[in-house]
Design a protein around this ligand. Structure first.
Ligand code: MLT
Length: 261
């Protein structure tokens, strides 16, 4: 069920599902927390999933400035405080991975394990930042439909017309134009996080879809090489959203990691 708490001055919608050790998961851009419902369905009898919507995406209130990754991390830390959750496995898909690394930078003592899915530790270069600004302006002109048209074909290997493609389209359509633009501008500002991963000494799982062209396998290998003892898992027949595209394979990998902590 969807809850809302006002934290850091804004309403933060989140789901809190299941019983067991807590696992905080950040969704990818431009989706929302229900992107993880296939994990909730399969694993919530063993783990407690805490699933916030990033500001301006999903049911989150449109932000006033760029949604910086540190801001997403601070919202989540405030949520954990409000829920009395001390120590937690933190993870996320793509932008959710950037937010996970930001949380690790803000409060490393809170992180019991790290799960990075189809993401990267590097910051944008100048050309990447310019592309994000163009995309932010397109979002303000056209709203989420622009991302259904341009981004969805690269998100899922089965294509936009597949069942999973349609599920992802529905998640994208929940975002506000301002929220989309703010998230793109926030991602453009994110720092390089290789130093954070190199300092991290806890357990880590790195997952990537073998067909991901947005954050490809070599980006995952780079992160795995930075964290001593990290496990790298490549999910066949998946692109950028393996938890939604190949939930059985993804859930098996996640469960193996979580049950070993
Ligand atoms: C995402 O899926 O969250 C985005 O592709 C991340 C990005 O644009 O860098």
């Amino acid at each position: 069920m969807l809850h809302t708490l006002t934290l850091n001055g804004v309403p933060l919608p989140y789901r809190d599902e299941g019983h067991g050790p807590p696992v905080l998961l950040f969704h990818a851009f431009p989706l929302h927390g229900e992107a993880f419902m296939k994990q909730v369905k399969a694993l919530s009898d063993r783990y407690r999933f805490i699933l916030p919507d990033v500001r301006g995406l999903g049911r989150g209130a449109p932000p006033s400035g760029p949604t910086e990754m540190a801001l997403i991390a601070r919202d989540a830390l405030a949520l954990l405080d409000a829920l009395n959750v001390e120590s937690v496995v933190v993870g996320g898909v793509s932008m959710g991975g950037y937010a996970s690394m930001a949380l690790l930078r803000e409060d490393p003592g809170r992180v019991r394990g790290l799960v990075l899915v189809d993401t990267q530790a590097t910051a944008d270069d100048e050309a990447g930042r310019a592309r994000r600004e163009a995309s932010a302006q397109e979002a303000l002109r056209e709203g989420p439909e622009a991302f259904v048209r341009t981004m969805l074909p690269r998100l899922v290997a089965a294509g936009p017309e597949s069942d999973v493609g349609q599920e992802v389209a529905a998640l994208i359509r929940a975002a506000s134009p301002e929220g989309l633009a703010a998230a793109q501008r926030g991602m453009a500002l994110r720092p390089d996080s290789k130093d954070i991963l190199a300092r991290y000494a806890g357990p880590a799982l790195i997952v990537v879809g073998e067909k991901d062209a947005i954050t490809p396998v070599d980006k995952a290998r780079q992160m795995a090489d930075l964290i001593s003892g990290a496990r790298l898992e490549i999910i066949p027949d998946a692109a950028h959203l393996p938890n939604q595209e190949q939930p059985d394979a993804f859930n098996a990998v996640l469960d193996r990691f979580l049950s070993g902590l």
